[in-house]
Ligand binder design. Structure first.
Ligand code: DLZ
Length: 212
């Protein structure tokens, strides 16, 4: 029997993950970090929101999603690395001042402590997503930043044992980036890859805890 074609399956492309698990028992105990670059904000905002949508849909509490920003994708590995180690230090102390999801894309607000005091320590982050959008220009910047950023994020995951999700679009054109952010152009919104990154973070966090 012949397999169904992509058209018969009503899919525009064969690319992308097969459906993620639909139930995530234990997700309510997880803490997930998101570090996003601010370059190409038209794509960054829906990508971050897509992540948050699927992380909370999986059962993670909104107050357990920490969102921080860095200037550009070059700074993502540093930001992710520091966020992981800060969360681990805070988990072993009694102060917690990592910002909650309400700080999304609003660096004008000071970092307000979510909780303070003797019982305030929070669990360390179980997974972190690094989100950036790189769009090829006319110089070699794109190649250098893409390679360094992706290999840096991979290294942090392997070195720390905390899953790091690659939420970096390396697009050759603006249209490619918009399509992959669920924004699109000319009526076709494409697909928001942030949704997949959110699910991947929860899945990997749960599996890492199980494999500990
Ligand atoms: C400089 C730069 C350029 C040209 N393009 C992008 C981009 O498309 N996406 C992105 O996230 N960041 C870009 N940056 C900024 C660098 O990542 C970095 O923030 C600066 O070089 C400062 O270190």
């Amino acid at each position: 029997e012949k397999p169904l074609t992509a058209t018969q399956l009503n899919m525009a492309s064969i690319k992308g993950p097969a459906p993620a698990p639909t139930s995530f028992p234990g997700a309510e105990k997880l803490r997930i970090g998101i570090v996003h670059a601010r370059w190409n904000e038209e794509c960054i905002t829906p990508l971050v929101n897509g992540c948050i949508k699927n992380i909370t849909a999986a059962g993670v509490k909104p107050e357990n999603i920490v969102v921080e920003s860095v200037p550009g994708s070059w700074e993502l590995p540093f930001g992710v690395s520091r966020l992981i180690s800060a969360s681990q230090v805070q988990a072993s102390s009694n102060v917690s001042d990592l910002m909650g999801a309400t700080s999304l894309l609003d660096d004008s607000k000071p970092a307000t402590p979510t909780t303070t005091g003797a019982k305030a320590s929070k669990a360390a982050l179980d997974a972190v997503i690094g989100i950036g959008v790189l769009i090829k220009g006319s110089t070699m910047h794109f190649e250098y930043i893409s390679e360094s950023c992706c290999s840096g994020l991979m290294r942090i995951g392997l070195d720390t044992g905390v899953p790091v999700i690659l939420g970096v679009l390396t697009a050759l054109t603006e249209d490619q980036a918009l399509e992959r952010s669920g924004v699109g152009r000319k009526g076709d919104k494409g697909h928001n890859h942030g949704l997949d990154w959110g699910s991947a973070a929860v899945e990997m966090a749960l599996k890492t805890n199980r494999w500990a």
